[in-house]
Structures are given as structure tokens and as C-alpha cells.
Design a protein. Sequence first.
Length: 292
Amino acid sequence: MHSLDRNRVSTICEIYKVTKELPVYGNERMLMGDFNIPKIITDKYYGLGDLVLSDAITFYQTNKKFGQIDGVIGWWKKATMYDDYGGQSINLTKFWESRAAGKSIEEAALSTFTGSKMKAKGFGKVGYRLQDITENEVIINFLNNMEITFSNSIKHNQDHFDYIKDKNNKYVYGTKYSHSDKKYLELINKSISHYMQNIEFKDAPLNREETLAFNEALEEQIEYWLSLRVHIPIKEGTDTVTYKGETIELDIRPIDINDNDKAIRDLLRLHEIIKECLTEEKPLYLSVYEEE
């Protein structure tokens, strides 16, 4: 697996003697992998492809020195390496079967093995160039497009500014600068995965059991990141918070030490919202939808 930005694309293409310019633009950081698991293995062991993809994404998400991943490149072709599968990638086969059934390029891309897995991980926006869609080869970009919001009241039935006028209304959302939508998606999949069976929804009320299950996964993440922190003295740029009776000094400046502190701050805000919902016996509202 390679993490590619615009500067590395030419180098990778030169090393592997690739004549086609890959669709990576500006400061995008895209994940690309080229692997083929023999059918004799996939017939015996299910889920290896998903494991490879998941581990690669998790590696880059948890090693921030490599940077955030903005998307995944799917490059499917006819080649002798796929002789076990009829001479072409199973993704390419599925893509053209879906197109023959009347689906759009976007729908066909998401119907493939890679596409369905990427959508579940928050990379459900499909990007492509028409010259990259041919019978023998298809190149698709799967980009991050999920917006995930948690709130203590119904949020999306009104204008955002009307919502925040009421100081009793509280919410948190994913952002690449702290805790991303993709990371929230992982917590949802870990604790209340049945919600991901729906394509998108807004202001879904979680019942008490679902809220408790999600809160357990949330606390595990908070406590894991807290265990990695290096203690720093109080100084300018510190945000003091409390978690389970312990006072914690979060350094939210853009430095390398404790670089998860912004994310921890957002998770602790969500933890407080959940505590309020459980205490007042009201639902926690979850929204998962595509950004416009």
C-alpha cells in the first residue's frame, strides 16, 4: 500500500513503469494498493481483502506523521495476474455487470467490493475521469464525504444559526483538524453498527442501550489516547478539562507533543453530551449524511 500526494505520483509511476498519470490533485493524500489474493486462498479464508484495506487505512489514520488520508484509488484492469478470476479484477467484473444493469458510473463503482467497503469507512464520494473508464481498465477515486454529527436535541429541522442561538443545544461533529468523521464512523461501527445499514439519515434518536454501547466505545478511545499523553505544565495554549474526576491539561496548539489533544477535547465534549442525555433520560441524536 502507498500513500500518494501529487509529488509522489510521478515517482511511483516511474518506479513501476506506469505510463498513465494517476488522478491525484493538489494536496490530496490518496491510498493506493495493488494486491491479488489467489482464489485457492479466498475460497478457504473469507475477508482477507477487507482486512488488508482496513489495516492500511488504520495505519495511516493512527500514524499522523504520515498525514491524513483523503481517499482511496481503485485501479481495476484485465491482466494475467487475475487468471484465477477470468483474467480481470473482480472489481472490474462487478463494475461492468452493474453498468450493464443500468447503474450509473458512481453506483457501479460503489457496488464493487472495494466501493462497498470504502463507503462503509466514510469514503463514499466517487471521483473519476471519463478517459479512465474503459472496458479493460477502470480508475476510480473514493473520497471522504461523510458528515457525522451528535447532538442533545433535534438539529437538522432548522437553520444552523437558529439552532446554536439556544445555549441549551449542544453538538459535536467530525473535522480533519481534530476527530475526523472517519474516526467517529469507526466508533459507530464498533458499537452500534446496525445504524450503518442505512445510506444516510439525520437526527436518529439513540435509545438508552445504544447510547450506553456507544459511550463504552467512546471511553475506550478517550482512555487509550490519554494513556499516550506526556504531562505538560499549565501554560498559554492549554485547555483544562475534567474526565471522571481527573483534571487534564490539554495542549491544543499545533505541535507534535500530544498531537491527539484536539481530538480528545472533542471526544470529551461528546462524553459530556452523552452524560447529559443519560441523566435527563432523553435520546442522543445521531446524523450520518453526505456533505453537499
